[in-house]
Design a protein around this ligand. Sequence first.
Ligand SMILES: [Zn+2]
Length: 89
Amino acid sequence: MEFVSWVSDEEIGKERYKAKELKKTSWWKNKKSSGICHYCGNKFPPEELTMDHLIPLNRGGRSIKANLVPACKECNNKKKYDLPQDFIP
Ligand SMILES: [Zn+2]
């Protein structure tokens, strides 16, 4: 199936804002405190982990807990806009 981005910048902005709000919650702090990157499984200091959307926002992903995982910077850079099944760390 070919992917066409139909998500507006406005919608992406809203989801980014929601993600930012979720970063302040204890749910996210607990998730990050494990220090484990969702993709490579390596352990990092929690402050080095970033919030990553499993399904990227521009592919219709949402800022909901089920779609947010901690990722190290390297994996985050490598993944970019790939869907999880396209991404090999
Ligand atoms: Zn990683």
